[in-house]
Design a protein around this ligand. Structure first.
Ligand code: G6P
Length: 612
């Protein structure tokens, strides 16, 4: 969602702000803008659409000045046009904001004069409130201090002030914000990626913090429940994120690169949990005894929630431990009773998804032990958890999640095994077999990627379709859901995922001549049932794209002829969902390329959804 960058520098700010915004593009946005201080006055340029449009505006009317703020906006209140683009400004203050000011209507009335408002956004009112305090003679710090307690909702914002070349003020409540420390320069960024080439020394603001930043450092205060601010100390850390990690290399899109990184990042993730030589698995000390846990409640959004569904199947099958999965936006509101001594597990690439975070807080209030699987160690979800299991996916830039998903599955597989060991439902021989199957996954994933060209040729049939169905059983069912989501997200083709056993309860009515049906069918205990579903599809004219191993493909051919086959390596059914995720990612990717969509930044989508 919205990206923020702020610079108090020694060189021209505009090119550096644009560079920072480029690195924030992956979050998803529909307009952008920057503001700088030019001879003490606020000047700004904004444009609807992609950064190229803003760059063209800047070519025509360059912005000078060494202090400035920039923003990529993902529209919530008000359409994505220039007037609604950030920064919003008065003569005295300019602001960029991520999140939603929920009481903005009420605050607009407080400001009074409606003619002051030039946009439909919730953000602009903050500029007018601060501007009004400045007009009364308050300093910028005092004006922000008076404004913050008035704001309801979730936000991160950064402001610059006319006549104050050496000052930026930023605040965080709900949405992340980091301060970057340079050599005589200071920065703000909505994530470490924005700041990567500028500095490695970063301080993440905590909930309720606000910071007064000057070229030689920052003073951080925390807004208390009594509406008063008190000084706090926050650690400055070295971040591992580097500018080099976020190039596309020789790939056309980040998504393609990230799909192809999977053998390596699954390997890196496994490395933290598995000892392949000994066939054993170790998790860092969990804050609970899995043998005493009555129930696991998993919550996540989007792709991460499908990883959670696979996790549920694994934890229940291997560890015989009742597990429920809920999407974040449902768990947080449906007042589900959570048992005493229960474990709540949250899965999130970014660690910032608002609904997942709020579900976590709900579970915490209900006395659950909080475990999270995240890709960003400094994220809010990681910081609010009792224990964190990291995926080692590296920065994921493509909006449609790929390597984050398979590394989440990798951690969940290790977790299910650890639970099973602790609960005495996994003997040493089976542990060694599963550990060996997991250790093979990176190599097997590389084999799957060799089918790239073949999958690209199958994508032609999918690209012409109006509707596409994905079906699977067992852990193949969440993979079917994820396949349909991937296709929808980046190719804009209507797709649905179903449990293959549900086919006769509805979706079969839609199967007619040439409707593509992607069947996830690794050989194993559920194969025959899935194969008979394939027969039913083929006999109704469906174009079945059949994903199985050599054994399954041979068996299928004796029953019905699928339209296309994708052969995967034969593996233990336990690890099959990790591998079967890869061809469905490639199928969606190649279909989107054929359709000419914006693969890395699909319309209307954001990488990290930090509002409800
Ligand atoms: C957005 C992204 C998805 C992602 C979901 C959850 O919808 O577009 O790719 O799966 O958020 O994100 P998280 O960072 O919590 O995994």
């Amino acid at each position: 969602m919205c990206g923020i960058i702020g610079i108090l520098g020694k060189q021209e700010a505009a090119p550096r702000l644009m560079d920072g915004l480029k690195r924030l593009e992956y979050r998803g946005y529909d307009s952008a803008g920057i503001a700088t201080l030019v001879n003490g006055r606020i000047d700004r340029r904004r444009a609807e659409g992609k950064l190229d449009n803003l760059a063209r505006v800047l070519e025509g009317e360059p912005l000078t000045g060494t202090a400035g703020i920039g923003h990529t906006r993902w529209a919530t209140h008000g359409v994505p046009n220039e007037a609604n683009a950030h920064p919003h400004a008065t003569d005295h203050v300019a602001i960029v904001h991520n999140g939603i000011i929920e009481n903005y209507q009420e605050l607009r009335e407080r400001v009074g004069d409606p003619s002051l408002f030039l946009s439909e956004t919730d953000t602009e009112v903050v500029a007018h409130l601060v501007g009004a305090y400045l007009a009364q003679g308050l300093s910028p710090e005092e004006a922000v201090d008076c404004t913050l307690p008035l704001l309801e909702g979730a936000f991160a914002f950064v402001m610059i002030f006319a006549g104050h070349h050496d000052l930026m003020i930023g605040a965080r409540r709900g949405s992340p914000l980091a301060i970057g420390y340079g050599e005589g320069e200071m920065f703000f960024g909505s994530d470490a990626l924005a700041l990567a080439p500028l500095t490695k020394r970063i301080c993440y603001l905590e909930e309720g913090d606000w910071a007064v930043v000057r070229p030689d450092g920052a003073t951080i205060r925390q807004l208390g429940e009594d509406g008063r601010s008190r000084p706090v100390e926050r650690a400055v850390r070295e971040t591992a994120v580097s500018g080099a990690m976020i190039g596309k290399g020789n790939y056309r899109h980040f998504m393609e690169k990230e799909i192809h990184e999977q053998p390596a990042v699954i390997g890196d993730t496994l490395h933290s949990y598995l000892n392949p030589a000994e066939g054993t698995l170790t998790l860092p000390g969990l804050p609970i005894d899995p043998a005493a846990v009555p129930k696991v409640t998993i919550s996540a959004c989007g792709t991460a929630s499908y990883a959670g569904m696979v996790g549920k199947y694994w934890i229940e099958q291997l560890a015989r431990l009742p597990t429920e999965v809920d999407i974040g936006s449902e768990l947080r509101y449906r007042e589900t009773p959570l048992p005493e001594g229960g474990l709540a597990l949250f899965i999130s690439q970014s660690g910032e998804t608002m609904d997942t975070l709020e579900a976590l807080r709900y579970a915490k209030r209900a006395g659950q032990t909080i475990l999270s699987i995240v890709n960003v160690p400094e994220s809010t979800i990681a910081r609010e958890s009792d224990a964190v299991l990291l995926t080692q996916a590296g920065p994921e830039i493509g909006v449609a999640s790929t390597k984050a998903f398979t590394t989440q599955l990798t951690v969940l597989a290790a977790l299910a095994m650890a639970f099973a060991k602790a609960r005495g439902t996994l003997d040493r021989t089976r542990e060694a077999a599963l550990a060996a199957a997991l250790a093979e996954v990176p190599g097997r994933a590389a084999e799957v990627l060799n089918h790239d060209a073949h999958i690209a040729s199958i994508a032609r049939a999918v690209a012409d379709a109006r509707d596409v169905f994905y079906m699977g059983r067992g852990t193949g069912y969440p993979i079917a859901l994820e396949g349909a989501l991937k296709l929808k997200e980046i190719s804009y083709i209507h797709a649905e995922g179903y449990a293959a056993g549900e086919m006769k309860h509805g979706p079969i009515a839609l199967i007619e001549e040439d409707v593509p049906v992607v069947m996830i069918a690794p050989s194993g205990p559920l194969f025959d049932k899935t194969a008979s579903n394939v027969q039913e599809m083929v006999s109704r004219g469906g174009k079945v794209i059949f994903l199985s191993d050599a054994e399954g493909l041979t068996r299928m051919r004796t029953m019905a002829k699928p339209f296309a086959e994708i052969e995967l390596p034969k593996v233990d059914p336990f690890v099959a969902p990790i591998l079967y995720a890869i061809p469905i990612q490639l199928l969606a990717y190649h279909t989107a390329v054929l359709k000419g969509t914006d693969v890395d930044q699909p319309r209307n989508l954001a990488k990290s959804v930090t509002v409800e």
